[in-house]
Ligand binder design. Sequence first.
Ligand SMILES: NC(=O)c1ccc[n+]([C@@H]2O[C@H](COP(=O)([O-])OP(=O)(O)OC[C@H]3O[C@@H](n4cnc5c(N)ncnc54)[C@H](OP(=O)(O)O)[C@@H]3O)[C@@H](O)[C@H]2O)c1
Length: 258
Amino acid sequence: MENGKTILIVGGTSGIGRATAGLAAARGYNVVIAGRSEQKAQEVIDENALKGYPIQFISTDIANGKQVQDLVSQVVHMHGRLDYACNSAALDEGLGIRLADVEEEDYDHQMGVNLKGIWLCMKYQIRQMLQQGSGSIVNISSINGLGGAEGASIYSAAKSGILALTKSAAQEYATEGIRVNALCAGAFRTPMLEGVFTKTNAADPSAVEEMYKSVIPMHRIGTPSEAAEAILWLLSEQASYVTGHSMIVDGGFSSSMR
Ligand SMILES: NC(=O)c1ccc[n+]([C@@H]2O[C@H](COP(=O)([O-])OP(=O)(O)OC[C@H]3O[C@@H](n4cnc5c(N)ncnc54)[C@H](OP(=O)(O)O)[C@@H]3O)[C@@H](O)[C@H]2O)c1
């Protein structure tokens, strides 16, 4: 039973992070979400308040180290400790642009959030967990991080980097009560994926969705709550002997390549 544990969900204002926040709140965790959008955060807070589940929000841009440090300090100030952290924040800007056409400032911007931002989150979360002598982190990567993807070289590089950070940290802190795992997400119905459908074919996004479904063995897009279930299991004490793992949750999409 996880009742009373404190969980921080970075990127909890939308999509997979939002679903994870809702599920954790329903299970009795103290839930703090972080992101940049006050408006999206308020929607999450209101939606869960209607069900009787309180959720707190701390406005944070994970590209900014001082803000990430303050985020963890504020969570500890509110709840006394940080048991679990899910780092789900990312942006998908630049998709569809081939590697040689990516501008240097766009590379820095994408990597600043998608890789450096996740490292900053881990850095300050782990510092707190070391003081406590326990903690568990799940970073959200992607099946793109297991290989590469046409038109998504920088995004894929960041997602591969997250897997390396996850495995390295898992080894470094394994004897100090801290577990670090990753989720390699396939296609989940979130604002990010809906945006990919539209960007790929603005005239007919549903045609892109059908193409996605046709190559997924289950022939459907995952629901954010299906990702949330896996995330909360990896974080929980039920996964007490699991660390350094990259759990693939993708409806079987990548199984033929493994
Ligand atoms: N959906 C999929 O099919 C899919 C597939 C593979 C991997 N993933 C991965 O799953 C994770 C969640 O994606 P999603 O689909 O749920 O996307 P989403 O709905 O777009 O949510 C992304 C989250 O990231 C936050 N974020 C973005 N930039 C940030 C920044 N600089 N600082 C703080 N927070 C920031 C956003 O919050 P604000 O807007 O409030 O800042 C939002 O909460 C991501 O890591 C994504 O790469 C998703």
